[in-house]
Design a protein around this ligand. Structure first.
Ligand SMILES: Cc1cc2nc3c(=O)[nH]c(=O)nc-3n(C[C@H](O)[C@H](O)[C@H](O)COP(=O)(O)OP(=O)(O)OC[C@H]3O[C@@H](n4cnc5c(N)ncnc54)[C@H](O)[C@@H]3O)c2cc1C
Length: 415
């Protein structure tokens, strides 16, 4: 019988979820092979906003969004766009998204997001400490700013976070400017989240973790996985060059995961919310991520300058990026910063892997032993990378996971 120490695991997808999972499994004694057709962290994990956003416990599927939708949809460069060529294909996803809005589901999904997020930073601290990489988390908190929103509404938002036990402070204009002098004086209020962190280089963050994995004899195959075939024990994973046998397989292929699970008899309404960023060459003195509630974007100071990120676009995985959407973020950043004119250096688009209830799929495949799912982390994949890795590793070790995984099971889409 195979000993746990020598069990071989294939992790498919080398984004932040796959890399953290590969590293955690390696630490637990498994021999891990990580697959990615495009190299390390070249998908959505490459250009995100770098915010370990543990305060974001509210699912996007919420009734409050319905009021804002018409205005959003009529602005082609606004925070939400649906490509009309993709609209019919996306309809079932939207229908399910709407069905997830009622209060009972909103509350249940809030609890499920909170259960992951409240462990998220500690899980990273545990993972990074093993490699003396704790400095990769910058802990300066983050700000959610308001320009025109009446104080009473800001206070309502504050109360929502407080009701979830999130550490948050309401700041007035003077306090905001004391904290971040480069912000515009048009900002009247902000919420300061003290328990969150950011990465000053999210791509490098993944690469540095992957380097540790390789140094400790983890195998990386830059190959597209084309088939996962169940065997009497374990699985055969076939890429375009070779087929290898594994005891266990973890699917962490982000927005591309559906095509890997379908041949195994699983379906999930996975789509992509494409998001954009635009880099500005200097970071204008910001010391922490600054989001705008009204403009639906976030600015994160990074080693390469300021990253202005946001927007949601439904246009499928394959359509080319529309860089105008990234550039449209710039005037908003300009309005939030009291600075000289900003100019963009680079733009980027990434495919967030999104399910219509705003929860990821994390868990054991219901009909196959030793097959695990870790995808669909939507706007929170960076945040939830290390905790996902711990949960999957517990399952691989046949240990009871530290969190009840029922809310994240693929079963919720298969009844
Ligand atoms: C603009 C923007 C800003 C964001 N900001 C934040 C933020 O501040 N904080 C946060 O927590 N999250 C943020 N996110 C979300 C976060 O980036 C994602 O949730 C996360 O990157 C998803 O990671 P992943 O590993 O699941 O997917 P990915 O990073 O997309 O990785 C999946 C990998 O699987 C590979 N793959 C697919 N199919 C195969 C196959 N058949 N064989 C081999 N390899 C395959 C792909 O090549 C890809 O590299 C943001 C996203 C965007 C777009």
């Amino acid at each position: 019988m195979t000993n746990t120490r020598t069990q071989r695991v294939a992790v498919i997808g080398a984004g932040v979820i796959g890399i953290c999972t590969a590293l955690q499994l390696q630490q637990a004694g498994f021999a891990v092979t990580l697959y990615d057709e495009n190299g390390l962290a070249q998908g959505c994990s490459k250009g995100n906003a770098g915010h370990f956003a543990t305060e974001q416990v509210f699912p996007l599927a919420q009734v409050a969004l319905l009021k804002k939708l018409p205005a959003m949809l009529f602005n082609p460069l606004g925070p939400l766009r649906i490509d009309w060529r993709y609209a019919i294909k996306a309809l079932p996803w939207f229908w399910q998204f709407i069905k997830n809005m009622p209060t009972a589901r909103f509350i249940a999904h809030t609890h499920a997001l909170k259960a992951l997020n409240e462990h998220a930073i500690h899980a990273y601290e545990r993972l990074l400490a093993n490699y003396q990489l704790g400095h990769l988390l910058t802990k300066q908190g983050s700000l959610l700013t308001f320009e025109k929103t009446p104080l009473v509404d800001v206070q309502r938002t504050l109360a929502m976070y407080q009701a979830q036990g999130i550490k948050v402070k309401l700041l007035d204009a003077k306090q905001v400017h004391a904290l971040e002098p480069s912000l515009s004086d048009k900002i009247n209020h902000a919420l300061l989240f003290e328990d969150v962190a950011h990465s000053i280089e999210p791509h490098l963050f993944c690469i540095q973790l992957a380097q540790k994995f390789s140094l400790l004899k983890g195998q990386f195959r830059q190959q597209k996985v084309v088939a996962i075939t169940p065997k009497s024990e374990g699985f055969m994973v076939s890429d375009e060059q070779d087929s290898l046998n594994f005891d266990k397989v973890v699917i962490a292929a982000g927005a591309w995961s559906a095509s890997l699970i379908e041949p195994l008899g699983y379906t999930a309404p996975l789509d992509t919310e494409r998001g954009y960023h635009c880099m500005v060459n200097i970071n204008h003195g910001l010391t922490r991520p600054v989001a705008s509630a009204e403009r639906s974007l976030i600015m994160t100071p990074m080693s390469q300058g300021l990253r202005v990120a946001g927007t949601v676009e439904f246009a499928g995985i394959n359509r080319k990026a529309n860089n105008k959407r990234a550039l449209a973020l710039l005037p908003h950043a300009q309005a939030l910063l009291a600075s000289q004119p900003l100019s963009a250096t680079t733009t980027w688009m990434g495919c967030r892997p999104s399910l219509p209830d705003s929860l990821p799929i994390i868990g054991q495949a219901p009909n196959h032993n030793n097959l695990y799912f870790a995808f669909g982390h939507q706007h929170l994949g960076l945040t939830q990378g290390a905790i996902t890795a711990e949960l999957i590793t517990d399952l691989c070790l046949n240990k009871a996971p530290s969190i009840n995984l029922e809310p994240y099971s693929i079963n919720r889409f298969m009844r």
